[in-house]
Design a protein around this ligand. Sequence first.
Ligand SMILES: [Zn+2]
Length: 104
Amino acid sequence: MKAANSYTIDLTKIEGTGDFPCPHCGVNLSPEDESEDVYSILKTEVKGDSLEELILLCKKCGSQIHLVGFISESNLAVEPDPPLPSSLRGPEPDPGGRLKKRAL
Ligand SMILES: [Zn+2]
């Protein structure tokens, strides 16, 4: 039995949504494809709360693909909650509705 081909893909060098071609046969591997028709996940290495490495098996050619370079949560800039639309922030002052009378 011959050893499986093994490749390493650095996700930090991939543009876009994380799709990448199998380095051996070129089939498109998409992290959003959860059908496991094209690949299956052999192993996930987790360190703390973050994913360190994911080992995939390309079902087309049998290569093992090691995905590295996951961005850990702590390295991500925390995205602030989107600001509420001003209409939900509270009563707006009613322009012209309440004119203050000033004694001159
Ligand atoms: Zn392949």
